[in-house]
Design a protein around this ligand. Structure first.
Ligand code: ADP
Length: 735
């Protein structure tokens, strides 16, 4: 479908108007405004059907606009929206005790599907282009904090977990702690715990100064539908082919006009094209407020007098079907650390099935939610929903049972699995830059704070031709291990769900094992790279003897070589953070932006400081208009990235965008590196009193595109450098 899209881009118009304004202010008339390349769309599905015939699905067609909010809300996934969470811990007392008695056999046995050889497929994708400089995983402030934690780690005492804010993950968490023989603190604790398990966000407990929290600051915000779409789109501009796993999306209300124009043009170009779109409210979850449309005029743009924030997305019309039903995959991913980036994927996941046989969208069936939406929370209300104790039947099944079934039909599941791993790593690479900005804002270097990790829920659809497509990432995937059942007419009870328990307890337990403060750290190789550790081969503590092998598999840094070239925006984020200035700030002010331009020597006779100011004002104003809830003034990371792309486009007109960006990054990093050298010489000659250790800390920026030994310097060192020399840095540019 992407071929049909005409490259119309409203941003082009906006940048043109900026160009005109800038020209008036003395910007070189020759200078070209960069045209943002259109993002890639999911490739058209193969016409050959991969439908797998199986049990007869009922043909009963149930139409339902949107279910009412009832008491079943308690059974819903807990997702992005904080406001939606209800603290229902007390409701589950009886369920908890029922679970605690269970032995590990059912939960712990190693029934997950091992797909050997995936690594080879990924190795084959290795990027060898020497242009791309890899960001070396470096020991940094987060890691140092974690190591400090190890020093204070238990000596013979069990690891302590504060479970007081666990909310709906409580039962699975308690089972996990029991299996690990760790100690839970149900009411919280005055003294520090090793791990704090939060049900919603990083801020569930205030004032944590040590230990580890199972949420990153900013994750909820970052994974809202609009923000995720923006982050992926930025990557699509740089790497269209690598990021074609995310459906083409438009952000509403701001891109409404652009959406209408593009679709009109597509249809005018080819009358046989009849796409369908899915509209998803920005903060929505569990299918709430989602609807399908076939024409832009069907968009519902307003709620009362307010414009709705939403994403409208290309609808994948030909999903892979099993038993004639659409299904999606819920994959659990552990983001163990941001710096260095460490990602683990659960070998076992869930598949959620629709409850009405699938038909390609038509005007007649657009409102059939049980046909088009795979959300458990919706389908559980269909008369066709099948609760099953078996992992391979029913409306919720394990991922491995589905993969086995596909393998039996001759599907190359190694390829599917390696594509899924690639999708996960690439998505993480898209969101990590902004997460780093949130992180430094909430836990600035120098301020005592915990380290973070987080389990994410990736929702993935397989197309008919077996291509994985990312639907969304949940910052708060449901960790419930029981489901609501109508035991008598109108009487609902929570009953254990073996499939959920099998998968979710494994994920939580093994996340805890990986985060165990006494756990052996991965070693750092001579070249500054972490030696990839297969999760299974990690050293076990004596307590772990009876436990099954880890169900979480490390994929990053394991596949660093294949994916590191994609981490360009992270390098832009490093520049952004470096020049942000005030601790705890997420927005860059005009002075800091000027400082960045001057320090990196990006202004010249063709691009005066007046033009720099206009660029700043123009981009910042436009971005603040798109973020109605933003309270802070100034330039956020996404706006800075746009400015960076613009600057790169001006300077390296003949190159394609990604090469422009690489070239400008190299230029900036070299400038900063040489300035660090000047700083070092100055500080050596001016400050004899400064201890040697302090002098040498500030020499290098670890994110720089410098030879390997320099790149290995830690970002903690770099941050120390920032803290030690703010005046000097300012003086460098403002004098
Ligand atoms: P929510 O957070 O409300 O669950 P999702 O993005 O997960 O929103 O969408 C809900 C459901 O809609 C998905 O589980 C999937 O079945 C369906 N869906 C979402 N996006 C698409 C798409 N682009 N193409 C086809 N189906 C989709």
């Amino acid at each position: 479908m992407s071929d049909h899209y005409v490259k119309v881009n409203i941003q082009l118009e906006e940048m043109k108007s900026f160009g005109e304004d800038a020209e008036k202010e003395g910007v070189d008339a020759e200078e070209q405004v960069p045209v943002c390349s259109p993002s890639a769309s999911v490739s058209p599905p193969d016409p050959s059907s991969t439908t797998i015939a199986g049990r007869d699905a009922s043909n009963t067609s149930i139409t339902c606009k949107h279910r009412g909010k009832s008491r079943s809300k308690l059974g819903k996934d807990d997702k992005n929206s904080c406001g939606k969470h209800t603290s229902d811990v007390s409701l589950h007392g009886s369920v908890v005790s029922a679970h605690v008695g269970r032995n590990l056999n059912r939960l712990g046995h190693d029934r997950t599907l091992h797909i050997k050889g995936t690594g080879k497929i990924l190795q084959g994708k290795s990027e060898t282009n020497g242009n791309y400089v890899t960001v070396h995983p470096s020991k940094n402030i987060q890691e140092t904090r974690r190591e400090d934690g190890f020093k204070h780690a238990r000596k013979g005492r069990p690891v302590t977990v504060d479970i007081s804010k666990a909310k709906t993950s409580l039962e699975a968490l308690k089972l996990s702690i029991k299996q690990l023989k760790w100690k839970e603190f149900p009411l919280g604790r005055r003294a520090a715990c090793d791990i704090y398990w939060h049900g919603v966000s990083f801020h569930d407990n205030d004032n944590i100064v040590s230990g580890q929290v199972n949420k990153f600051p900013g994750m909820i915000e970052m994974l809202r539908k609009i923000n995720l779409s923006r982050a992926v789109r930025t990557m699509q501009e740089l790497f269209p082919e690598e990021y074609d796993f995310y459906p083409r999306s438009w952000i509403l209300p701001e891109e409404c006009q652009q959406f209408s124009t593009q679709i009109r043009m597509v249809k005018e170009n080819d009358a046989t094209v009849n796409p369908t779109f899915i509209v998803k409210p920005d903060g929505g979850s569990q299918g709430d407020g989602i609807y399908l449309i076939r024409d832009p005029s069907d968009l519902k743009l307003m709620v009362g007098t307010q414009a709705k924030q939403a994403v409208v997305q290309e609808y994948i019309q030909r999903p892979l079907l099993i038993d004639k039903l659409k299904f999606d995959i819920r994959l659990y991913v552990l983001l163990k650390s941001l710096e260095p980036l460490e990602i683990y994927i659960a070998k076992e996941g869930l598949t959620r099935f629709c409850t009405e046989p699938y038909q390609e969208p038509s005007q007649k069936n657009l409102s059939h939610v049980f046909m088009h939406l795979t959300n458990y929370s919706l389908n559980v209300h269909s008369g066709n929903f099948v609760h099953s104790d078996s992992q391979s039947t029913g409306s919720k099944r394990t991922l491995s049972s589905v993969l086995y079934r596909l393998a039996a039909k001759g599907v190359d599941i190694k390829k599917v699995w390696s594509d899924i791993i690639a999708l996960v790593i690439k998505t993480a690479i898209a969101v990590v830059p902004e997460l780093r900005v949130y992180y430094q804002c909430d836990i600035p270097p120098g301020k005592p704070g915990p380290t973070c990790f987080q389990i994410l829920g990736f929702d993935i659809l397989l197309t008919k031709n077996l291509k994985p497509v990312l639907l969304e990432v949940n910052s708060n995937p449901s960790m419930r291990i029981e489901h609501e059942q109508e035991v008598a007419p109108g009487v609902f009870e929570y009953v254990p769900s073996p499939v959920d328990e099998e998968v979710k307890v494994g994920v939580i337990r093994d996340t805890l094992r990986l985060m165990d403060p006494g756990h052996k750290k991965p070693s750092i190789s001579q070249h500054g790279e972490e030696i990839p550790m297969e999760a299974e081969t990690q050293e076990r503590s004596p307590d772990e003897g009876a436990l099954p092998s880890l169900c979480l598999k490390q994929v990053y840094p394991k596949y660093t070589k294949q994916f590191n070239y994609l981490r360009l925006v992270e390098r832009i984020a490093s520049l952004f953070i470096r020049f942000l200035g005030v601790k705890g700030n997420m927005r860059m002010g005009p002075t800091a932006f000027r400082t960045f331009i001057r320090t990196c020597k990006l202004s010249n006779s063709n691009f005066s400081m007046a033009s720099v100011d206009i660029l700043y004002i123009d981009i910042t104003r436009r971005w603040s208009g798109t973020m109605p809830d933003s309270r802070e003034a100034g330039m956020g990371l996404q706006a800075f990235v746009e400015a960076f792309f613009y600057l790169a486009g001006r300077r390296y007109k003949s190159l394609v965008l990604r090469e422009q960006v690489v070239s400008l990054l190299q230029l900036c990093e070299v400038q900063l590196e040489s300035q660090s050298g000047v700083e070092e010489r100055r500080s050596v000659s001016c400050s004899r009193a400064m201890p040697r250790a302090v002098r040498t800390l500030g020499l290098t920026n670890p994110q720089l595109n410098s030879p390997a030994p320099l790149r290995r310097a830690s970002s903690q060192d770099y941050r120390l450098h920032q803290r030690l020399k703010p005046r000097t840095l300012r003086a460098n540019v403002e004098n």
